[in-house]
Design a protein around this ligand. Structure first.
Ligand SMILES: [Zn+2]
Length: 412
């Protein structure tokens, strides 16, 4: 009996010192791209207790589930910082508790997205409903830019200056720090700076959190140089940066086909340029000349809603594939969809595969074939590469597996 015990004890010691640690998930043989940690090579990723516990070559040991990622890319779970998820059934409420918004889990995991930031669908009057209905009910991590309009994105309400309350907005953000990462200005058509200035004031009052500007609608357009240089702070975010629509000044000069000099200056000053693709807020006529000069977005995001997802935008990976197609390299595309957006929203614990980080992981494939990627104007770019999501891990659990590459196959 004693002999058996000693033998068992020795075996236990050996297994611990060698490699027989048990993980919950072991992702084997994939090409890891983790821009924050400067990893860009074939490695294994081990997950236990919902966290990343090891990223190294040839990790031994056993796991409850093993993922065969050979020939695939393994990246941090993607972060989409411009989405619309305050879905509901209130008639004529648009993106605020209305039917133009989407339940996140239905559209995130199949695209490798593990975190979304709702871009101003709710305001201080409506945020608690959004939290109860969506944030608390979703497996996707849902954060929010709070609209400076108290009511949120309920159509005409967005023009109501009287409902843009700096103090109440900041109060709400301070109360829900865990979820509210900044403020949003959207769709305002008046020819004045009040909404921007109030959002920035709220950002300062809520602990220096950023604002995201969906700038547009005023005629003639307000000058974006003044926006970048005088009204915004370093760290604020200009979304829809490749838009070419009426009511908004473009970043690429139509005459010279060059990025305007002050846009480069703004980037140096610390203004972030976010894609926010949306229905009509991305045009190749802006993005391609910018790409030719090496001006790529700080963050890639979808502005997903029921309109954009069925039009040119479609989803996060299609949007990322467009940047690949116009010359942005894969590592930069991944960075703009993981660690960069995490930095912009000041949640740098997200968007990386550091040991100890919550295990949000995307396993991506680059499909080879003949693909047409078009924008809302009908301009098409042909490409032979398109990103596809093979598997998604959220908080240490497999939540999506396209081809059953996990063994055993269990989705939770
Ligand atoms: Zn939007």
């Amino acid at each position: 009996m004693k002999k058996i015990f000693v033998f068992a004890f020795m075996a236990l010691c050996l297994s611990n010192s060698a490699s027989a640690q048990t993980y919950s998930i072991l992702i084997k043989g994939g090409h890891v791209i983790d821009p924050k940690n400067n990893i860009d090579e074939v490695m294994d990723v081990a997950i236990a207790d919902g966290k990343i516990v090891k990223v190294a070559k040839n990790i031994g040991g056993t796991a409850k589930q093993t993922v065969d990622a050979k020939g695939l890319y393994v990246t941090p779970g993607l972060i989409d910082i411009h989405s619309h998820n305050f879905f509901g059934t209130a008639p004529d409420h648009q993106y605020e508790n209305g039917n133009l918004a989407l339940p996140p889990d239905g559209f995130t995991f199949r695209n490798g997205v593990t975190t979304v930031v709702d871009a101003g669908s709710s305001g201080w009057r409506t945020f608690t409903t959004f939290k109860e209905q969506t944030i608390d009910q979703s497996q996707t991590r849902v954060l929010a830019f709070l609209n400076i309009v108290g009511e949120g994105m309920r159509g005409g309400y967005e023009q109501n200056l009287n409902d843009m309350d700096t103090r109440m907005s900041a109060l709400m953000a301070n109360r829900f720090k865990k979820y509210i990462v900044g403020f949003k200005v959207a769709h305002y058509e008046g020819h004045d700076w009040s909404p921007v200035d109030r959002a920035v004031a709220a950002g300062k009052a809520a602990g220096d959190i950023p604002v995201m500007i969906d700038f547009g609608g005023s005629q003639p357009p307000l000058p974006i140089e003044e926006l970048f240089m005088q009204h915004l702070r370093p760290g604020d975010i200009f979304t829809h940066c490749f838009a070419q629509i009426n009511g908004r000044e473009y970043i690429v000069d139509q005459q010279t086909q060059k990025v305007k000099p002050f846009v480069w200056e703004a980037r140096k000053r610390g203004i972030y340029f976010d894609v926010g693709y949306g229905g009509i807020s991305f045009a190749f006529s802006q993005a391609i000349p910018a790409a030719k000069e090496g001006f790529f977005p700080s963050s890639i995001s979808t502005d997903i809603h029921t309109g954009s997802m069925n039009n040119a935008m479609k989803d996060m990976l299609t949007t990322m594939s467009k940047f690949l197609a116009i010359g942005m390299d894969l590592k930069s595309v991944i960075k703009a969809s993981t660690s960069n957006p995490a930095m912009e929203i000041k949640h740098e614990e997200l968007g990386n595969l550091s040991v100890g980080a919550e295990a949000d992981v995307a396993v991506l494939n680059i499909r080879k074939g003949k693909f047409g990627l078009f924008d809302y104007t009908g301009r098409k770019v042909e490409t032979d590469k398109k990103l596809e999501c093979e598997l998604t891990v959220r908080a240490g659990k497999i939540v999506y597996d396209l081809n059953g590459i996990a063994n055993p196959i269990t989705i939770r």
